[in-house]
Write a protein that binds this ligand. Structure first.
Ligand code: ADP
Ligand code: MG
Length: 377
């Protein structure tokens, strides 16, 4: 005997009331559900999940900061940009030597005296000074925030340039020593030992600020972002979902060190979740009697470093890349290249004053062959 299908759902349908009528599937509701589901998926991927891009520029940290953010539609990209800008602003207020109440200014005012207390809001200063000390160690003092003990006598603003006198340099050169800056996390203090010693964070603060801006963007739903603080760049994620031949990665061209209107002979880096920082002698400099004086000081002489006109460093954080780029400028191409090859995740491009381009072994081969015909590396 065949089993009778329950007919309670459609008691009024005459055909269905036949005991042995074949069961006809109910198509309409299924098709309807599939259509709704399909529409929902389409909406998720193409409307809700569609990426929105916004970009803004701000004059900050003595340069122009550009923040570009890519995020899925429900995320408010403008709020993300504002948040990232606030982070940079916060770091600038902490590190600026031009603001008399910044942590750095207050620390300089009490060099040789007792340790300065670090509040919760100022905690980043410990991170920056510890990173700076690590970079000083591995670069044998080429990077040294106490360069400012002599650096204070220089003014690189082309509107009112100033060269220090021999006496000024001689009187302050022995105050340069990165070991004079010590941090203590247990007591939340920073000590600047030795009267007359000063620090300047111009060689590392921008990179740290870029990292903080990126951390904010990452934590608040950005799909990708590019933060550029006057040549201190971090590329987060990708700029689009396009696949194939790295279409979605951020492309970075480097400015030619001697011609602002051109890019460096075709060097174009494609990066994802990495920093690219360039230090050049063209950023802040002046010329006296045909000689160019620029703002990266050799801590051994108190004079601008010689030999290179531009250094680009690729690293995992903008802070590390920033400090290294400044250090390599002082160390020169040969020592800089040697150290680069020892540091995991670090690559570098050096341009000598003879405009020879030297690049480290991890920069993709295509970049070298196609674009850097004059490459010496
Ligand atoms: P830019 O400001 O062009 O990005 P850098 O990151 O190389 O370039 O920073 C240069 C700044 O670093 C200078 O303006 C100065 O404040 C600081 N500085 C100069 N010489 C040194 C040094 N030997 N070690 C650490 N910081 C330095
Ligand atoms: Mg630097």
């Amino acid at each position: 005997m065949t089993r009778r299908r329950p007919t309670a759902l459609r008691p009024s349908h005459p055909l269905r009331s036949e005991p042995d009528a074949p069961a006809r599937p109910r198509r309409a509701p299924v098709i309807f559900m599939l259509a709704v589901g399909g529409f929902y998926l389409w909406w998720c991927f193409h409307v809700r999940g569609a990426l929105v891009t916004a970009s803004e520029q701000f004059p900050m940290m003595g340069t122009v900061v550009t923040i570009t953010v890519v995020a899925p539609r429900p995320v408010d990209v403008n709020a993300l940009i504002e948040g990232a800008r606030d982070e940079i602003d916060r770091i600038e207020r902490l590190c600026s030597a031009y603001k008399p109440d910044s942590f750095v200014s207050r620390l300089n005012d009490r060099s040789g005296a007792s340790p300065l207390h670090v509040t919760r809001e100022e905690w980043d200063i410990l991170e920056i000074l510890e990173e700076a000390r690590m970079i000083s160690k591995i670069t044998d003092g080429a990077f040294d925030v106490t360069f400012a003990s002599v650096g204070r006598f220089w003014d690189f603003d082309p509107a009112h340039p100033r060269l220090p006198t021999q006496e000024e340099i001689a009187g302050a050169i022995d105050k340069i020593d990165y070991r004079r800056v010590t941090t203590d996390r247990l007591t939340s203090t920073v000590l600047l030992a030795g009267e007359g010693t000063r620090i300047g964070l111009g060689g590392i603060a921008k990179g740290y600020a870029v990292d903080k801006a990126i951390a904010h963007l990452r934590a608040n739903g950005a799909y990708g972002a590019l933060v550029n603080a006057g040549g201190d760049i971090y590329a987060l994620g990708r700029k689009s979902k396009d696949e194939g031949s790295q279409a979605g990665s951020w492309r970075i061209a480097l400015q030619h060190p001697r011609d602002k209107t051109r890019f460096m002979p075709g060097v174009r880096l494609e990066i994802e979740d990495a920093a690219v920082v360039t230090s050049g002698d063209y950023e802040r400099s002046f010329v006296v009697d045909g000689k160019r004086y620029h703002h990266i000081i050799d801590p051994r002489t108190g004079m601008p470093a010689t030999g290179l006109i531009s250094v680009t460093v690729v690293a995992r954080t903008a802070c590390f890349a920033d400090g290294l780029a400044t250090a390599f400028f002082v160390m020169g191409a040969e020592k800089g290249l040697k150290l680069t090859e020892r540091l995991p995740g670090v690559e570098a491009i050096f341009v000598t004053d003879a405009e020879e381009i030297i690049i480290s072994s991890g920069i993709p081969k295509e970049v070298r062959e196609v674009d850097l015909k004059s490459s010496g590396g």
